[in-house]
Write a protein that binds this ligand. Structure first.
Ligand code: FES
Length: 104
């Protein structure tokens, strides 16, 4: 397990997702206020990039733009079809303005 800095918090737009490729992992990092959440940037339905999707900040969910599956950003669980399997969740946080993600 290792912790990596992907960017500064100010580099992220509140309520939007951004993709980072780190050590072979495709990460979808979402800023909601001063919090950051991170899931794998691979929809479990057909491996599409979740970071291209719309974030629902209040619900802490993201919608895959390809077929509309919605995922809970805190658990990775799908909230709607056509996805039926969860996406991987990564522990993420902000330290001194740096966005850090724990890889495993
Ligand atoms: S690829 Fe994401 S819902 Fe189909």
């Amino acid at each position: 397990m290792s912790t990596v800095t992907v960017c500064q918090l100010d580099d992220l737009i509140d309520g939007e997702a951004r993709r980072f490729d780190v050590d072979g992992a495709r990460l979808c990092v979402v800023r909601i206020g001063d919090d950051v959440l991170c899931v794998a940037d691979r929809c479990s339905h057909e491996d599409f990039s979740l970071s291209e999707g719309e974030v629902f900040a209040d619900e802490r969910e993201i919608e895959c733009v390809r077929h509309g599956a919605i995922f809970d950003l805190t658990t990775g669980e799908p909230c709607s079809l056509p996805a039926t399997k969860p996406v991987a969740v990564y522990s993420a946080g902000v330290t001194d303005g740096r966005v850090e993600v724990e890889l495993r």
